[in-house]
Design a protein around this ligand. Structure first.
Ligand code: PLP
Length: 370
């Protein structure tokens, strides 16, 4: 095929799928990346972060990104790397935990945890002891306390659950984990809570947190693929070190080849926004979240499942199945969560007040039987 035809064909296929700017994508945890972040990706698109011997510049950028996370999450001694996303981050955390304590196999996991934790457990033949949720959909601290035993390899908490954006009681769990690996999956909330006033603490100032998943390609506003896994102690990642005979160096990552482009784009986005930029982004998303909740409260037949901790809202709607299909027919990208019986809206930066007004209008019409 001619180059021009290839590009045209790709553009045609892309045009059939929605764009964030269309104002209909309201359940995604991604958003439109900045043009210059795409440009940054392009500059480094021929680099591989695995090949540190060929591309030391990528290693330097990655180190600067990890140091930035160290500042945001209050520990300059951390180590970590840029992953393909939250799934790899969670796998890497539990892999390290297993290497640190090979004699233990059981992990305590709240029922609301992202499915990647189950995936990781299956991959590593770990046994999950499910932690029930309290009336606010948070991991039940009493249940965790009663389940911790000499078999416990790790406890997992989520800071921003996938369905309702709930923050598990991280500080309280921290106080139970003196001798147990404690992993916080902040894939979503990690780019929200540190930039919010009076937010619960989920960072390394809590002395028992061993690892944190935090994803630039979610609220970090970066393009995919870019997650991150961070470890309190520089010795942790060395536990998964592998030194293939055909390489002149060793590697401490779950994935092999890694996109230097992704690392460059994260570097570009965090340096552009900085702490103040992310604070502004989070402030606006939270204002829009409160706006959405106020509008929902005004309408008979709609209800917010719980007051949101962050910019994720679960909405109960009368006759949910019909309402869900009608919203999809009207072009909304929305997701229904079976556990809470609610529709999920993620108030990302592209979910602006006009988008929310359109959604509310459609919900009202659907409830009225239009
Ligand atoms: C809390 C949480 N953890 C992990 C993940 C997995 O992230 P990814 O899809 O980037 O692998 C998600 C995805 O939405 C998530 O919400």
């Amino acid at each position: 095929m001619e180059k021009d035809r290839i590009i045209k064909r790709l553009k045609d296929i892309r045009a059939k799928d929605p764009k964030f700017s269309d104002g209909r994508i309201i359940a995604s945890v991604s958003t439109e990346p900045f043009d210059f972040a795409v440009e940054a990706f392009k500059i480094f698109s021929d680099t591989n972060a695995l090949d540190v011997n060929i591309f030391p510049g990528v290693k330097q950028l990655e180190r600067e990104v990890i140091d930035w996370f160290g500042t945001i999450l209050k520990n300059q001694m951390i180590d970590g790397y840029i992953t393909t996303g939250g799934t790899e981050g969670n796998v890497a955390a539990l892999f390290v935990a297993k290497k640190l304590n090979p004699g233990r196999r059981e992990i305590l996991v709240p029922e609301s945890a992202h499915y990647s934790i189950k995936r990781a457990a299956d991959l590593m033949d770990l046994k999950i002891n499910w932690v029930k949720l309290d009336e606010n959909f948070r991991a039940d601290i009493g249940d965790i306390e009663s389940k911790i035993s000499e078999k416990t390899l790790a406890v997992v908490a989520t800071a921003g659950t996938s369905s309702l954006g709930v923050i598990d009681p991280v500080e309280e769990i921290n106080s139970l984990c003196d001798d147990i690996f404690f992993h916080v999956d902040a894939a979503f909330g990690g780019f929200v809570l540190p930039f919010m006033e009076n937010a619960p603490c989920i960072d390394f100032s809590l002395e028992n947190i061993d690892s944190i998943t935090i994803d630039p390609h979610k609220m970090g506003m970066n393009l995919i693929p870019a997650g991150a896994i961070l470890f309190r102690d520089k010795s942790y990642l060395k536990k998964i070190k592998i030194s293939p005979s055909y390489l002149s160096f060793s590697t401490n990552t779950v994935s092999g080849s890694r996109s230097g482009g992704a690392i460059a784009s994260v570097w570009a986005t965090i340096n552009y926004l900085g702490f103040d930029g992310y604070r502004r982004v989070v402030k606006e998303c939270m204002e829009n979240t409160r706006f959405l909740c106020r509008e929902i409260d005004k309408i008979e037949g709609l209800e917010v499942v719980k007051k949101p901790d962050i910019n994720v809202v679960g909405i109960r709607i009368r006759d949910m199945e019909t309402a869900y299909s009608r919203l999809v027919e009207r072009g909304w990208d929305i997701l229904a969560d079976s556990r809470s019986g609610s529709l999920r809206v993620v108030v990302m930066p592209h979910v602006t007040k006009p988008v929310i007004r359109n959604l509310i209008k459609d919900m009202k019409e659907i409830l009225a039987g239009d």
